[in-house]
Design a protein around this ligand. Structure first.
Ligand SMILES: O=C(O)CCC(=O)C(=O)O
Ligand SMILES: [Fe+2]
Length: 403
């Protein structure tokens, strides 16, 4: 995909100690956006050339050195992931500088700053703009409003840092823009991971490990195809379809922006994933089914703690998305788009037909959810409008918009 130059996401970033001699902000880091003449980043200078710093570059943002960031240790395995600690940003930058100076080796191992909610942490800094292709985003629209959280991340890692094999949260899509550096992606189409399970049904941690070819450990690996491999350069964006398992290696010192997102095109995949998750919990708790009165509620509770969402919250997610679109259609696009950068303005910007498309997709999944036995058992308490009433409103809004 061609990088969206006009979207402002393909700047190169320089991470540099912020010291303008004034004593103000010392100990912070300036992250400076630079462009080459084509408007596309080709290089990134980290920690170097301090005497010729282009301090006057206006487009920059400052991260206090004390800002706390999540850092994974890529050399240590904890279940199917890496353990994470919280470090001050300055400590991570210091580590990274030393690691580069030491030929990309460090006694601390290979550390990877990942899943950093940078734009949420510094909303006043104009860090980047989401490319329009990825702007139909129900997931962040809901989580911003309902949970004060989001799925918008920045990753910064030295050459050699990597992310183990996984599929993304709720089987969302993800996009990843390389601000600088280079990534190697290994991707398996949705469903293909079934060939990669070991005798106990577990997925591998590292698909490049030689034992993956050992059929005594991975009995179906002989039927597996090699992964799709992508080399992602600076300024390029990779799109990961729903449910595709993947593993990612930074081939150079790399900074990237990654969002997970769900919209009308993959919300059915999310719903189907949630049903599979609940079924898995129910299998695990099967033996307590009779003795436990609130067995179904317990299953929802466990599902929420393992997956991050339960059926009631999924209903609320669909409700909020639907109500936002109904409100935009009822008030008219112009009124909403004249307001600030909020979610309704984003819905407006995509136009009326898109809002109607979203409503149709939300209605399909809502119908399936409201007919679902496990959902019906939970009862209507705490749901706001009953699913049937919401569906009727949705249908009426679609019909009116199409008149
Ligand atoms: O860049 C990485 O290390 C991992 C990114 C990833 O898994 C994603 O964007 O879905
Ligand atoms: Fe991912």
């Amino acid at each position: 995909m061609d990088p969206p130059h006009s979207q402002g996401i393909c700047h190169s970033w320089m991470v540099l100690p912020w010291n303008d001699g004034s004593g103000i902000g010392n100990g912070s880091f300036g992250i400076f956006k630079t462009r080459n003449s084509a408007g596309l980043s080709l290089r990134w200078r980290c920690f170097g050339e301090s005497s010729s710093l282009p301090w006057e570059i206006p487009e920059g943002f400052v991260i206090p050195g004390e800002a706390v960031v999540p850092v994974a240790n890529c050399d240590v395995r904890e279940y199917n992931s890496n353990p994470k600690e919280q470090l001050p940003f300055k400590e991570f930058v210091e580590y990274w500088r030393e690691c580069i100076g030491n030929g990309h080796r460090s006694p601390r191992g290979c550390l990877y700053l990942k899943d950093w909610h940078l734009s949420r942490a510094f909303p006043e800094q104009d860090v980047y703009t989401t490319p329009v292709y990825f702007s139909s985003d129900w997931l962040n629209e809901y989580w911003d409003a309902a949970a004060g959280d989001d799925f918008r991340f920045v990753y910064m890692g030295p050459k050699g840092s990597w992310t183990p094999f996984h599929a993304d949260v709720f089987r969302s899509y993800s996009w990843s823009a390389n601000v600088c550096g280079r990534k190697r992606w290994l991707l398996y189409p949705a469903g293909h991971e079934e060939f990669l399970r070991d005798r106990h049904g577990n997925l591998p941690f590292d698909v490049t490990a030689p034992d993956l070819r050992d059929e005594r450990i991975y009995p179906r690996s002989g039927r597996s195809q090699p992964p799709l491999e992508i080399l992602q350069e600076a300024g390029e964006i990779v799109f990961i379809p729903s449910g595709w398992h993947h593993q990612v290696h930074n081939l150079e010192d790399t900074i990237s922006i990654n969002h997970n997102w769900v919209n009308g095109c993959n919300v059915a995949a999310m719903w189907s994933f949630l049903q599979d998750e609940l079924a898995a919990v129910q299998r695990e708790l099967g033996q307590w089914r009779d003795p436990m009165d609130d067995w179904h509620l317990q299953c929802q509770l466990i599902m929420k703690s393992c997956t991050g969402i339960d059926y009631k919250e999924f209903y609320n997610f669909l409700r909020v998305v639907a109500e936002n679109r109904i409100s935009v259609l009822e008030k008219g696009l112009d009124e909403e788009s004249s307001s600030q950068r909020n979610s309704k303005a984003a819905i407006s910007a995509l136009g009326m037909l898109h809002a109607v498309f979203d409503l149709k997709r939300a209605a399909q999944v809502l119908s399936s959810l409201s007919a679902n036995e496990d959902f019906r058992r939970l009862g209507p308490a705490g749901l706001g409008p009953a699913p049937e009433a919401l569906l009727q409103r949705l249908q009426a809004a679609i019909d009116t918009a199409l008149l």
